[in-house]
Design a protein around this ligand. Structure first.
Ligand SMILES: Nc1ncnc2c1ncn2[C@@H]1O[C@H](COP(=O)(O)OP(=O)(O)O)[C@@H](O)[C@H]1O
Ligand SMILES: [Mg+2]
Length: 271
């Protein structure tokens, strides 16, 4: 099967210095990937390569079989791969929620009946149907971010790239956005989630670790945190809170406690 994304020896420089330094990465269709790495490691730059906002100086990025360097591929790529950014306020363009969600497909000339259906579906998926007629500025950060996600969904993308979508939200808003992301994944949309929160990375099928502009590790997040904890810390990452506890216990000679839920840890420690 053709992958959602294939990056081959991607190099990119904003000015002189290369910030993407030989990135090799493949994302399969339908995968839920977490992308982690310390500040400045190149995550946002990589995200912008996934829908042709940036193109590599060397190497190639192929999205759903289309090379981002080919001019005529740019619009087809953007219609299949959308981005959601950190700040929901920068992504909202209209003064009524449902108009905001309709904005993208309306500009593509989607007919009215179809537009109505897409907007209603998108708002339902992110659990914001009851806010359709509200003004975005009255909403909480998490609600605004879900409107932004609905706007992206109304374009019927096959992949959504999230660049730290929860970092400006309170815990409740964060949970609601993460739940919306799970729903996208359940519906078969490929999800790329750039996050600095390791407990969020645990939700993904696979975690890709970026360091100095390339992918240096890839695997099941729970396994990586349990088995590569020291290396992840050396790469400037934290471990999820429970993983920190199990590593601390391991240092005391209490082994076999790694778990991602309190219940699982108690079970393992007390069996
Ligand atoms: N628009 C830009 N112009 C010049 N340098 C940039 C620009 N955006 C990012 N950089 C630099 O590129 C590197 C990678 O940045 P970025 O992709 O934002 O990393 P991350 O998202 O992992 O924090 C950093 O050294 C950053 O300073
Ligand atoms: Mg970033």
């Amino acid at each position: 099967m053709e992958p959602a994304v294939k990056c081959t020896d991607v190099r990119f420089a904003y000015e002189e210095a290369e910030v993407i330094t030989g990135l090799d990465m493949t994302v399969e269709k339908g995968e839920y990937i977490a992308i982690v790495g310390r500040n400045g490691s190149g995550k946002s730059t990589i995200a912008r390569h996934m829908n042709a906002l940036l193109v590599p100086t060397k190497g190639s990025v192929v999205v759903f079989g289309m090379d981002t360097k080919t001019e005529s591929n740019v619009l087809p790529i953007r219609s299949r791969a959308s981005m959601v950014f950190q700040n929901p306020d920068n992504q909202i363009v209209a003064s009524v929620v449902e108009e905001d969600v309709a904005f993208g497909p309306e500009n593509l000339g989607v007919p009215t009946a179809e537009l109505r259906r897409r907007v209603d579906d998108a708002l339902a998926i992110v659990d914001m149907a009851e806010f359709a007629l509200r003004a975005p500025h009255e909403l909480s950060g998490g609600q605004k971010q879900r409107v932004a996600i609905a706007g992206v969904l109304a374009m019927q993308p096959d992949m959504v790239i999230f660049d730290e979508p929860t970092s400006m939200l309170d815990p409740e808003g964060r949970a609601s956005v993460l739940a919306a992301m799970d729903t996208l994944h359940e519906r078969g949309i490929t999800v790329l989630h750039i996050t600095h929160a390791m407990e969020e990375a645990l939700r993904a099928d696979r975690m890709i670790v970026i360091s100095d502009g390339k992918a240096v590790m890839s695997g099941n997040p729970e396994t990586l945190f349990a088995e590569k904890g020291e290396e992840l810390i050396a790469l400037g990452l934290d471990l999820p809170p429970l993983m920190q506890l199990s590593h601390a216990l391991k240092a005391l000679g209490i082994d076999g406690s790694a778990g991602i839920s309190v219940e699982e840890m108690v079970e393992k420690l007390c069996r």
